[in-house]
Write a protein that binds this ligand. Structure first.
Ligand code: C2E
Ligand code: MG
Ligand code: MG
Length: 805
């Protein structure tokens, strides 16, 4: 098809070659013809001149002789002969002055030669006459020669020769036909040669140029139609061969590029991200299928459009300004848009737009890669919320507070932290359940949030923190105090929880940062202060001071060491005797000691309060309980009817496992439960009273006895005791100390004795240090325990003392 087109195309190489060859042949022919003509022209002039010369010489001699001999008839004859020549016209004899002396026509005699001869050269006439040499002159206009033949005539005067000149016209013949007639063979030969050479050249060019190019074109066209490229490379070194090889290389590279392109376009098409390409004016040229499913549009709805089609008008203008500034600077840009799909549903999209450049580096297109990050965003927001906010109150949490402290620390201000803890929250939870408790916390949070404009965080459970910032410490102190007052005052107003109007008090701790205090420290100090306020009975405010801080640190370290100590079996069980009213050994109290590897023996007065801050006390109590039960079991095996009193922390009583902890040991050691006395303090009356009483009753039903330890120091009224399943009251040693001298103590002890009697309770006096006190006990029918009898001893020593004296 291409070959066909080439043959019929007037611009085709074949036709051009033909045309050029024909033109060249024509020009060559013209040149040859002209050359032949010029040669002929030259030859014919030469022939004319030769003939003129020979005729002239002949006539000159004959005429000169005839004139000298005055043989006029001969002159006439010569003239006639000349005149008869087929090319000679007009023959005249003239004088030097060009006056006609003889003429072929009598009429011309005496006339002037110029009138007869067109183009006669008078000067030549004179020259010829003077030189005596034959001359001729060609008159092109008339295509003739004028021949000047000098004749010598007899002198009129002596010594001076006189000359005539014979003039005649010689017709010059020089025409085409004549030339061709003469040269037709040469011409034909030249034509033949030219044609052959032309044909050969044409054939050669056909073979070497036109045909290979046609093949090349055909192969390229076939390649375009999907066939494999088959170009035969005939002469590798020729320009065409090199062209072929260049095309082959180019095609191979193109095929490689196409493969790459194919892979790339497949990757783009199958990309999970939406991809779109626009021109520089923002007109969409390409969209991949992920983009179609992301946007919900069909390709024809997007191609030719502007990406504005996705816009909602909600993306900040600054985003677009930033985008165009970056893109116009030739850089890639990344950002987020609020866009909508074809159904108008909005989504958040992250887009990266990169400029595409042509080989000259000019930006021609933009490629946009889009991803719907709505869910990702929501998840991130949710995660952020979970990380930085409390789920219950939606207030910033501990982490957010610490960050806020860190941020504010960068500015030259002073920070103060007000920690708020709801009092008796556990009691509320236990009594009314967690969902009620949660509502209390929420209402409380709302209340304090409305109180001050400062940053409020919910640290979890019933703890809150207000972060205050002022320019100087005095203002900050004032601000803290005012805020604390507000909180304390506000907490006096009942909270509306469900249908209740509940009044909750709270304990407040304030810590003021110095320049080096970090967030954690500030928080810890506020917590320490809050705990101090709590220890003071709650509904109170305390400031952190360094002593408290050091104490808190010590407690923290002690707790850590005690945990390890418990694991490493560093606790020791000591026993202190109890004598009955007759002064007979009736039982003992188990008292724990901590044999610290480096600190030595540590008193329970130091570590029990630390253990009571957490469930560590439960582990500790259980250890003592287990050791005591073991001791009791061995006594019972030996038939000794002694009681063993074990101290139980109120926290342990409130713990869900309290009853099972005790019953398990009773079962394990097969104990007579009546010998086990569990000492509890009035602290159990502060929280979960009902549950605690129920647990005590369960154990009491098994025979376990209960004693109220340190009786008289607590704030419980005696009437409470009535409801408790207790068999024993241990009068606190502070009252015993005053016996017999301090009448108040004596009166107090007597009151306790009378109430106990009424309730049928056994009474034990603690801290009996003197004989009087001991005598008092025996007299009043009290059991006695104290240094007067013995100091607490390790179990083995105690047994040694009493059983094997
Ligand atoms: P507590 O239960 O009231 O124990 C009596 C405390 O008074 C014991 O102190 C005892 O050594 C001390 N004491 C006894 N007689 C006298 C005396 O004549 N004069 C003076 N000044 N003190 C006397 P200890 O052993 O240091 O225990 C202190 C407190 O630690 C106990 O008071 C008890 O509340 C607690 N505790 C001791 N062991 C345990 C235990 O195993 N579990 C629990 N939860 N608490 C324990
Ligand atoms: Mg005790
Ligand atoms: Mg006591």
């Amino acid at each position: 098809m291409i070959a066909q087109r080439i043959r019929t195309n007037r611009f085709s190489l074949r036709l051009r070659l033909l045309f050029i060859l024909l033109l060249s042949a024509f020009v060559l022919m013209l040149i040859a013809t002209f050359a032949i003509w010029a040669e002929h022209h030259r030859q014919s002039h030469k022939a004319s001149q030769q003939e003129i010369l020979s005729i002239g010489s002949l006539v000159q001699g004959s005429m000169s002789r005839a004139i000298r001999m005055q043989a006029y008839d001969v002159i006439e004859e010569i003239k006639a002969e000349l005149q008869a020549h087929r090319r000679i016209q007009r023959v005249v004899r003239v004088s030097e002055a060009a006056v006609v002396i003889d003429a072929y026509h009598p009429q011309f005699i005496g006339a002037l030669a110029q009138e007869l001869f067109v183009g006669l050269n008078k000067e030549q006439l004179i020259n010829t006459s003077q030189s005596g040499l034959l001359a001729s002159e060609f008159v092109g206009a008339a295509n003739k020669y004028i021949v000047y033949v000098p004749l010598v005539v007899p002198a009129v005067e002596l010594g001076k020769p006189q000359r005539h000149v014979l003039l005649f016209e010689y017709e010059h013949r020089d025409d085409w036909q004549q030339a061709l007639q003469h040269r037709w063979l040469e011409l034909l030969l030249a034509l033949g040669l030219l044609t052959t050479a032309g044909l050969l050249l044409w054939w050669y060019l056909q073979q070497k140029i036109a045909s290979p190019i046609e093949h090349l074109l055909q192969a390229i066209e076939d390649f375009h139609l999907g066939k494999t490229l088959a170009i035969t490379q005939a002469e590798p070194l020729s320009e065409l061969g090199q062209l072929t090889s260049a095309i082959n290389n180019m095609v191979a590279r193109r095929q490689q590029d196409e493969m790459e392109l194919l892979k790339l376009s497949a990757a783009i098409e199958q990309s999970q991200d939406g991809i779109l390409i626009t021109n520089k004016a923002g007109v969409i040229h390409y969209v991949n299928s992920a983009l179609l499913s992301l946007s919900g549009y069909k390709p024809e709805e997007l191609i030719g459009q502007n990406p504005r089609i996705f816009g909602t008008g909600k993306t900040p203008v600054t985003t677009f300004i930033d985008m165009w500034t970056t893109l116009n600077a030739g850089k890639a840009w990344s950002g987020e848009f609020i866009n909508k799909n074809s159904s108008g549903i909005e989504y958040i999209e992250r887009q990266t737009i990169s400029p595409l450049r042509d080989p000259q580096g000019k930006i021609t297109h933009f490629v946009g890669i889009k991803r719907d990050i709505t869910e990702e965003k929501a998840l991130a927001q949710r995660l952020h919320f979970l990380a930085y906010y409390d789920v219950l109150t939606h207030l910033p949490n501990r982490l957010a507070l610490l960050e806020q402290i860190a941020v504010r620390q960068k500015h030259p201000t002073t920070q103060g932290l007000l920690m708020i803890n709801i009092d008796r929250m556990k009691f509320i939870n236990d009594a009314r359940g967690y969902s009620y408790g949660n509502q209390v916390i929420q209402r409380f949070a709302e209340r304090i949030n409305a109180l001050s404009p400062h940053f409020l965080a919910h640290l979890g459970a019933d703890s809150f923190c207000i972060l205050l910032t002022e320019n100087d410490k005095i203002a900050l102190n004032e601000q803290c105090q005012q805020t604390a007052d507000k909180v304390l005052l506000a907490s006096k107003q009942p909270l509306n929880v469900l249908d209740d109007a509940l009044v909750v008090s709270c304990s407040l701790g304030i810590s003021i940062a110095n320049t080096l205090t970090v967030g954690d420290e500030l928080l810890q100090r506020a917590e320490t202060a809050m705990h101090i306020a709590k220890r003071q009975g709650g509904n109170n405010l305390a400031y952190y001071n360094d002593v408290d801080g050091k104490q808190a640190l010590l407690m923290f370290q002690t707790e850590k060491a005690l945990r390890l100590g418990l694991e490493h079996n560093e606790l020791k069980l000591y026993l202190q005797s109890q004598l009955d009213e007759q002064g007979q050994l009736a039982g003992a109290e188990a008292l724990v000691r901590w044999q610290h590897p480096s600190e030595g023996l540590i008193s329970p007065g130091v570590f029990i309060p630390v253990a009571e801050r957490s469930d560590l006390i439960i582990a500790l109590d259980n250890w003592v309980l287990q050791q005591s039960c073991q001791v009791l079991a061995s006594w019972q095996k030996q038939g000794k009817k002694l009681t063993l009193s074990v101290n139980i922390s109120p926290r342990h009583v409130r713990h869900v496992d309290f009853v099972s902890d005790v019953t398990r040991l009773l079962d394990f050691y097969q104990l007579d439960a009546t010998a086990l006395v569990l000492e509890v303090t009035e602290g159990i009356l502060v929280e979960d009273i009902t549950a605690s009483i129920a647990k005590m009753q369960t154990l009491a039903a098994l025979g376990v006895q209960f004693a109220i330890d340190d009786f008289g120091t607590g704030y419980s009224s005696l009437s409470y005791i009535r409801n408790l399943p207790v068999q024993e009251l241990k009068i606190d040693q502070s009252f015993i100390k005053g016996i017999p001298l301090h009448t108040n103590d004596v009166a107090m002890v007597n009151t306790i004795i009378s109430v106990a009697r009424q309730l049928g309770l056994r009474l034990v006096a603690e801290g009996v240090e003197t004989a009087e006190q001991n005598a008092f006990c025996q007299r009043e029918g009290l059991w006695a325990q104290g240094y007067f009898i013995d100091k607490p001893l390790p179990v083995v020593d105690w047994q040694q003392r009493w059983f094997n004296p």
